[in-house]
Design a protein around this ligand. Sequence first.
Ligand code: ATP
Ligand code: MG
Length: 561
Amino acid sequence: MTDDSAQNPVSEAGRDFIRDIVAADLAAGKHKSVVTRFPPEPNGYLHLGHAKSICLNFGIAEEFGGHCNLRFDDTNPAKEEQEYIDAIQRDVKWLGFDWGKNLHYASDYFEQLYGWAQHLIKNGKAYVDDQTQEQMRLTRGTLTEPGQNSPFRERSADENLDLFAKMRAGEFPNGARVLRAKIDMSSGNINLRDPVLYRILHAHHPRTGTAWNIYPSYDFAHGQSDAIEHVTHSICTLEFEDHRPLYDWCLESLPVPSKPHQYEFARLNMTYTLLSKRVLTELVRGNHVTGWDDPRMPTLAGMQRRGIPAEALRDFIKRIGVAKANSTVDISMFDFSVRETLNKTAMRRMAVLHPLKVVIENYPEGQVEELDAVNHPEDESRGSRKIPFGRELFIEQDDFMEEPPKKFFRMAPGREVRLRYGYFVTCKGVVKNARGNVIELRCTYDPATRGGNAPDGRKVKATIHWVAAASAVPAEVRVYDQLFSDPQPDPANFAAQLNPKSLEIVSAMLEPALASDNSDDAVQFERQGYFCRDKDSAPGKLVFNRTVGLRDSYARISAAG
Ligand code: ATP
Ligand code: MG
């Protein structure tokens, strides 16, 4: 441990009540250096809520010159898998944090925890209970009535030690017995009514295999793991507030090497989103999504695949801050951070999602010319590229109306508009199919307007994007929307609230640079939004995901035109 906390000033931005506590504790000399931990249970992939906890724990360690442990809370082999352990490590790194050598597993402490359980037994503070789960539930009491003592509560220490050893040795079936703390069955806090410390579970553990037939409860493992790791500030979500007296009781009853303190903050909730591993697991198992990394999932893996930069996530978490009262963040705040970040970083490209063919009648057949297009309008250092122009183009179906209403300034019969990076073109006529739908526009262009300005100073009211047909690259574009149609989805009834339009697959036409760009970073399809290449792409088959749409794109572009 280093003692450089005093030299490490805390940035004033982003202070919150937990950082204030840490700063005060360090200033008072209570700790030499701050130690935090992020303690995921490897029973699913990390989601946006976990990102808040990661940014808080790792962020505090960084800002105050301490360290943060990544600790797997792997105490329930019935639900935990190596796949999740690997995914969690990948996702924490992707988010931008590094635990260095501070990787731990609660399972590494099983022997020590067992010894401490024996210590409690010897001190008359724990006993083996033979009651069934149902009996224990019935005798736990309620918020207004005390519970009843178990008939096994007064067993001798020797008998308890013997039974506990046999539990460990695998002599009893699952559920036959538990080890309980002996605290107070009439406590106002139900967590103190002789909570379960160990249960029998014959299951294969990803790390300890079949060595154990009993596993510690969260309440028994967590605080003691914190103490072993000399965690100073054990930061968790509000639902653990009522567990804090038990956390403290364990630490006070045991010869632990340090005395961590638990602090609680409000969990992240967001509209149109369910941040619960149980629900996310059911979405995957029920095939409501394609997997944990489905771009509609609020998992870090899903968001990464959707093209959301880790920087945008960190920015969002900084903006929402850390509070002590639960609330729900509007998803538009999240989208705001994504757009802010991508607006700065994403290369500009042109793509037509719903193509409508355009023929420029006065442009020579077979001729191709290259036009200059900037990669980023606010950052010249990103350079420019050449985009091919020709007689046949595609424009967006939405950018044409045969009978335009008053405020529609884009393409219409007889109307002149600007093609982005290109020429002024005028619609001279339309071609319709048998059903009367417009399938092609016949246009002319003004060769004097190359680069987008008329020498005579005449103006057009709209600039639209396009791609040249001869060199266009077809692609499947997956246009994602909210997974749930209800702003406050009900975790108990989420399947009924899935948004039937959460995915629209379109056959788009892209400018050729998008086929040769060798990057998975999101790009801006001008006037549409941000998109990134999906891992389902293969030679000859491009697939893009929409990361997020552009807000007010039509208003902004028409005003600029
Ligand atoms: P879930 O509620 O999704 O099942 P969990 O709390 O059971 O998640 P853990 O793996 O135990 O999942 O969580 C690891 C850490 O992440 C815990 O400290 C927990 O408090 C924190 N965490 C979980 N969900 C959120 C959330 N929505 N906002 C902030 N922190 C969270
Ligand atoms: Mg948990």
